[in-house]
Every structure is written in structure tokens, then in C-alpha cells.
Design a protein around this ligand. Structure first.
Ligand code: CO
Length: 134
């Protein structure tokens, strides 16, 4: 059912420092920072030949990654995003299998202007999973 790995998201306390690691030490192509106030994060995109890494820094008071960074002060892997063709069919299949969808269970428009859902980490090997319809 799931398709390509769309991105791996890494929460960081300092976006400039994180971007410098990927650009400098790892020699990757890194975008300019993009503030996404609706999502409570500022993002840089690290372009890899087969996928992307997104470095997320909290933006504003109620950032969804604030609690994660409080538990992981030096940063850490926050979620993985898999592509699906039909997000409602994917959700219905997963719910029927006993998986928990976060929030009200309805897809939201995500950071790439496409419908997304998040799945409970306890149902997916301890990893927060984002599904994105492509
Ligand atoms: Co994501």
C-alpha cells in the first residue's frame, strides 16, 4: 500500500546549525529556511538523490515539535513520511487493521499543500508516521 519514502523529518533546536551540518559536513544541497506558521515550524529541505530530509525548528508558541524537543534537546528523528495514492482508502484500511490515526482522523493539508495524516507511533514500531497523498 505505501509507496515511496517522501521524507524523513528531523527536529532540531537550531536550524542554522542543522543546515550547516548537512550542507557542510555531509555535502548535501540544502534549501533556504521556509517559515510555515500554519504548521508551527521553520523548515529547510535537504535534497538527496532518492528522497528528502526536512529539518524542522519550532516556530511560535504552540509548535507541534516543542514537546519533542523538550524530551530530545539536541534534536532527533521526528517522523517518516510515506506516499500513498489514495489517503482515504489508506486510512480506512489502517483503521480496519486497528491502527490509530491522530487528531480527528480527517486528512489535513500538509506542509507540501497535499493531504496528510499522522499515525500513532505506538502502532508503527515506535515511529510517528505521516502519510501523504501524491
Ligand atoms: Co512531514
Amino acid at each position: 500500500m505505501i509507496g515511496r519514502l517522501n521524507h524523513v523529518a528531523i527536529a532540531v533546536p537550531d536550524l542554522e546549525a542543522g543546515a550547516a551540518v548537512y550542507r557542510g559536513m555531509l555535502g548535501a544541497e540544502v534549501s533556504a529556511p521556509q517559515a510555515q506558521p500554519k504548521h508551527g515550524v521553520t523548515v529547510v529541505f535537504v535534497k538527496l538523490p532518492n528522497t528528502k530530509i526536512e529539518l524542522l525548528e519550532p516556530l511560535g508558541e504552540d509548535s507541534p515539535i516543542a514537546a519533542f524537543l523538550a524530551r530530545n534537546p539536541s534534536g532527533g528523528m521526528h517522523h517518516v513520511c510515506y506516499e500513498v495514492d489514495d489517503i482515504l482508502a489508506a486510512r480506512d484500511h489502517l483503521v480496519a487493521e486497528g491502527a490509530r490515526v491522530l487528531g480527528d482522523g480527517e486528512p489535513k493539508i500538509g506542509a507540501h499543500d497535499k493531504p496528510v495524516l499522522f499515525l500513532h507511533p505506538k502502532d508503527f514500531c515506535g515511529t510517528l508516521v505521516e502519510l501523504e497523498q501524491v
